[in-house]
Write a protein that binds this ligand. Structure first.
Ligand SMILES: [Zn+2]
Ligand SMILES: [Zn+2]
Length: 149
């Protein structure tokens, strides 16, 4: 198990009720990607396999939208690298929803088991690009708001 200290906690941002906490999100085959293998404070994080060329590692994302904590373990990566993300259970590559403005790809983490693109978390697969958003039906959440999922 990996335990990451949450640097934002000190600034009390994550205690703010304006953030969104994810308790589940899924690959296209319905596997829950939230895992206790990655802990952000008391919260289970989003735990994914990552590949970049010959290298393989894991990526842990904070389950709190608004806290852009992203941790990569086991890979040597540079700030502008992109990597592919895989479900740790079925090892299938997570689908790209669109291209990011930075040239990377927006990878979809589904918020439903049907793998429908009407509700998902979109995260850029480029290290150093903090672009992420939540698509919920017609609604697009791109900044911190009073919402719960
Ligand atoms: Zn899966
Ligand atoms: Zn990007």
């Amino acid at each position: 198990m990996l335990v990451f200290p949450n640097p934002l906690k000190k600034r009390k941002i994550c205690d703010d009720e304006n953030v969104v906490l994810f308790t589940e999100c899924y690959c296209q085959n319905g596997h829950n990607l939230i895992s206790d293998k990655a802990k952000f404070d008391e919260f289970n994080g989003i735990f994914l396999n990552a590949k970049k060329g010959e290298q393989e590692g894991v990526v842990a994302l904070s389950p709190v939208y608004g806290c852009k904590t992203r941790v990569v373990v086991g890979m040597k990566i540079k700030e502008n690298d992109t990597y592919d993300l895989y479900c740790p259970k079925c090892n299938e590559a997570l689908p790209a929803f669109s291209n990011c403005h930075c040239g990377g790809k927006i990878i979809a983490l589904f918020l439903n088991k049907k793998a429908a693109f009407d509700s998902f978390i979109g995260v850029c697969n480029r290290i150093g690009c903090a672009n992420s958003y939540i698509q919920l039906g017609e609604e697009l959440i791109t900044s911190i708001r009073h919402e719960s999922v």
